[in-house]
Design a protein around this ligand. Structure first.
Ligand SMILES: Cc1cc2nc3c(=O)[nH]c(=O)nc-3n(C[C@H](O)[C@H](O)[C@H](O)COP(=O)(O)O)c2cc1C
Length: 355
């Protein structure tokens, strides 16, 4: 019904307006607990999907990626949609209004989105106050990023990330440091290893038992990747989210929306993300937990990332194109694929494509 009736209507409306509508409805249904009525249809449970990482229990491996629930308005409804975990943000130290609109565009033929939000969010203090003391029904990840302000650079950038981390670190189950946001005003990410080390040093001083991931770009160079892995070993980073949006626009089909700036999600980045997951898993001999994201529209795509080394997967674009029922469909398909390969639990499949 979503693909045949709802999507054609939604896709006639500006993409950011539809996003805001989804947030409004999702937040309302979650708060009023009406979303619990949908659980029977949308939540799929199976022991084969369960995993425990860093003491955190994941009932299934499919999460919501950062960028959909920027201001943590959906934490009540997401467990009822069937997700195994959720990531909010990216959150920045100061409130960001983001880049000028329009800043989200669909590339329907490519099953992709051009994203140019520029880290629009209400800022760490606001989101912290809202979530303080709240219990969550599924694991929660906090994505933090640098405030989108070109005047914050160099050491001040490390300070800016650090401020957000200090505010948010007691909320949720793990932190993802988004060092690869492609859409900020200065057009730079935080993959510069000197700056990253400054931040990781600061974190080391105050760190207690926080579980910390770094989010990587699918466009990362080999040299940069090696530097980041080296730093991650030194500063005991727990894992990587692979990958963020891509700045590259190779092999896209002709579309009027290509005139807009921004970075690409969805099907065009699936393979790149798969390859990077495999590369990192191999280089690190599976020592870091990987969360795979990029172009997951079905169980096969999720399972490929798992066999390449991902312990968990995440998506946004797949849900926009496939509707919320896609989450249970992916989980059901993963179970079928695990059974076909003779695995009793998802843990046995992780990294099986890597030799
Ligand atoms: C509308 C939109 C907004 C996004 N905003 C963020 C963000 O704020 N922080 C972040 O780390 N990634 C952000 N991303 C990237 C996603 O988290 C994800 O890594 C990427 O879209 C690949 O997954 P997908 O192909 O399933 O969408 C955004 C993606 C989309 C589509």
């Amino acid at each position: 019904m979503y693909k045949e009736i709802i999507r054609p209507i939604l896709f006639k409306i500006d993409a950011e307006k539809v996003h805001n509508l989804a947030i409004f409805l999702g937040s309302f249904l979650g708060k009023t607990r009406l979303s619990r009525l949908m659980r029977a249809k949308w939540v799929y449970k199976n022991k084969k999907l369960e995993n425990k990482l860093f003491g955190i229990k994941f009932e299934n491996p499919v999460g919501l990626s950062a960028g959909f629930d920027k201001n943590a308005q959906l934490t009540d409804i997401l467990p009822d949609v069937g997700f195994g975990f959720m990531e909010i943000g990216s959150i920045t130290a100061e409130q960001c209004f983001g880049n000028p609109k329009p800043r989200v565009h669909r590339l329907v033929k490519d099953k992709a989105i051009i994203v140019n939000y520029g880290l629009a969010n209400k800022g760490a203090e606001h989101i912290y106050k809202k979530l303080k003391g709240k219990k969550f029904r599924i694991p929660l990840a906090i994505s933090i990023a640098k405030t989108n302000d070109c005047d914050i650079k160099g050491d001040a950038s490390a300070e800016d990330y650090f401020k957000t981390l200090k505010i948010m670190r007691n909320i949720g189950d793990f932190i993802v440091i988004n060092i690869s946001c492609p859409n900020t005003g200065d057009g730079r990410s935080f993959e510069d290893s000197k700056l990253l080390e400054k931040l990781l040093k600061k974190i080391k001083v105050i760190r207690k038992s926080e579980v910390i991931f770094l989010k990587l770009s699918p466009d990362i160079s080999n040299k940069n990747l090696n530097q980041i892995i080296k730093l991650s070993r030194k500063y005991k980073i727990n894992g990587f989210v692979i990958s963020n949006l891509s700045k590259k626009r190779e092999k896209l089909q002709n579309d009027a929306n290509l005139k807009y700036s921004g970075s690409i999600s969805g099907e065009p980045i699936r393979e790149k993300s798969d390859n990077l997951i495999k590369k990192v898993y191999k280089k690190t001999k599976g020592k870091f937990v990987i969360i795979g994201s990029g172009g997951i529209f079905n169980g096969n795509a999720a399972y490929e990332k798992i066999k390449n080394g991902a312990s968990l997967v995440q998506l946004i674009t797949g849900m926009i194109y496939g509707g919320p029922a896609v989450i249970s469909m992916i989980n059901k398909d993963i179970v079928k694929l695990l059974e076909k390969d003779g695995y009793k639990n998802i843990k046995e499949a992780i990294g099986k494509n890597v030799n």
